[in-house]
Design a protein around this ligand. Structure first.
Ligand code: ZN
Length: 90
């Protein structure tokens, strides 16, 4: 657990905190991450979407397999990227 300084009042707060306990400012607004949890759910959503797309490809339900495979891979890559940004910012 790391301590970060509140941009509003200078109070030291946990990087796990969603808001400064003294002034209520959101520490994530300053680094451009409004909600890390939303990012993670977004990432999981994209991975599931990509995995579902790939599953449909392997089941042979798509005519244009190459295109569908590409977007399935893209979904998984975007999903992992969204989840990883939470740790890259640290
Ligand atoms: Zn504060």
């Amino acid at each position: 657990m790391a301590l970060i300084k509140c941009k509003e009042c200078g109070n030291e707060i946990s990087d796990k905190a969603r808001a400064c306990p003294r002034c209520g400012a959101n520490p994530w607004a300053a680094v451009g991450v409004s909600s890390p949890i939303a990012l993670r759910f977004g990432g999981i959503f994209f991975i599931l979407l990509g995995a579902g797309d790939l599953a449909v490809c392997f089941a042979g339900l798509v005519d244009d397999t190459n295109k569908a495979m590409f977007w399935g891979m893209m979904g998984i890559v975007i999903g992992f990227f969204l989840i990883a940004t939470k740790w890259i910012k640290k």
